[in-house]
Design a protein around this ligand. Structure first.
Ligand code: ZN
Length: 390
């Protein structure tokens, strides 16, 4: 191939990539809307979508009738035989797996409770689940993306709420060459919230969530800020807590220990719960039922969360703070405790108009959708596509 040919190919691929990314971010748009957003002429738009249909990446279906003149522009949808990614969530008590198509639609989903909780057993069980995806889906899988409830550094789990340390996930690669990605669950939940949820369109988003401990991420223009080694966003291990308490992470006084089911149990004089998330749910139910000790425990935990959120605003200056998991429930159950502690922790110049809290719009799907987002970032990259679209 000549240099000119290479150049023409690269240009063509850029056009295809732009259209694929647009369809992924805006599923259900028409070809005309896409052409307008990407400043493509009608001819180029038709030519590119025709190529992508032939390659089974996207499809076109009849669009909505518009006005009285002319044919309606077709709606761009994922191809029924198009590329898929597998998103896996490894939580403290349960796992979930979803097969996701372009545009973030979930086409297949499973979930369950961990049997044995050691890394080898959990990964072996998950590998079976992934390999057990339906026969229509398996050959179309381009990437596996794992969200773990733990700290991730340089592609390995360095510590997790399941007690794992220094664990790789290579065992999940069911086919050679398939992309394999690993991230922290809270960070991935934030990516999804920024792109498809309550943080959509926000330039600088702080996402906070509580499951066991508190985690989150700063997302700038849709990209998570993950630090030099990928381990940023461990907000729960900042010393906003009681210095006499040692955290399982090895540090003392972590914020983590003040904001979840473990903290609630301490306030109630109960022993540390085996599953802090379920324990927190029970305390919340008691509080909403009017039990005064449970209400006090919920208010204390919510206030500890609000103070830390205020400190993070001083550090990171976000436009908005999205809340998911138990953080979302605390904000709903004890809004006054949250607001009061938050404002109290803010520097006075911010009190007039502090960054507002917004409740997660994605609910329990956020983490899986975030894992799928970063998987599609990889699938829709120039390098991957150069290998596929020849
Ligand atoms: Zn800690």
């Amino acid at each position: 191939m000549t240099a000119d040919h290479h150049h023409a190919h690269a240009l063509r691929r850029q056009g295809e990539l732009a259209v694929l990314r647009y369809v992924h971010a805006n599923p259900g748009s028409t070809r005309a809307q896409m052409a307008k957003a990407l400043a493509l002429g009608t001819g180029s738009a038709t030519e590119i979508t025709t190529r992508l249909r032939a390659r089974k990446w996207i499809d076109e279906i009849d669009g909505p009738k518009t006005g009285t003149r002319g044919r309606p522009s077709p709606t761009l949808v994922p191809h029924p035989k198009g590329p898929l990614v597998c998103a896996v969530e490894i939580g403290h008590e349960r796992w979930r797996m979803a097969i996701v198509e372009l545009g973030a639609g979930i086409v297949e989903e499973r979930s369950g409770r961990h049997g044995a909780r050691d890394a080898e057993s959990v990964l072996a069980a998950l590998r079976k689940q992934i390999a057990g995806a339906s026969r229509e889906c398996l050959p179309r899988l381009r990437a596996i993306s794992v969200a773990v409830s733990g700290t991730v550094q340089r592609g390995r789990i360095v510590q997790s709420t399941l007690g794992w340390s220094n664990v790789g996930i290579e065992a999940l690669r069911i086919r050679p060459g398939m992309a394999l990605l690993l991230g922290n669950d809270a960070s991935l939940g934030g990516v999804a919230e920024a792109r498809r949820g309550a943080g959509r369109g926000v330039a600088v988003l702080l996402h906070l969530t509580i499951e066991v401990g508190v985690g989150g991420v700063l997302v700038v223009d849709g990209r998570p800020v993950l630090g030099a080694s990928g381990a940023a966003g461990e907000f729960g291990h900042m010393p906003f807590g009681d210095r006499t308490l040692r955290c399982p992470c090895g540090a003392h006084g972590c914020w983590d220990l003040e904001v979840d089911g473990r903290a609630m149990a301490r306030h109630l004089g109960q022993p540390p719960p085996r599953d802090p998330r379920s324990a927190a749910e029970r305390t919340l139910r008691d509080a909403l039922g009017g039990a005064s000790r449970a209400r006090k425990a919920v208010a204390s935990v919510t206030a500890a969360f609000g103070r830390g959120a205020g400190a993070l605003v001083s550090a990171l200056d976000p436009d908005r703070i999205t809340l998911s998991g138990l953080a979302r429930e605390l904000a709903t159950a004890a809004p006054d405790a949250l607001e009061c502690a938050y404002r109290d922790a803010l520097m006075s110049f911010r009190r007039e108009a502090p960054p507002p809290f917004a409740l997660s719009a994605l609910g329990t799907d956020g983490v899986l959708l975030g894992a799928a987002e970063v998987a599609f970032d990889e699938v829709l990259s120039d390098v991957r596509l150069a290998g596929e679209l020849r």
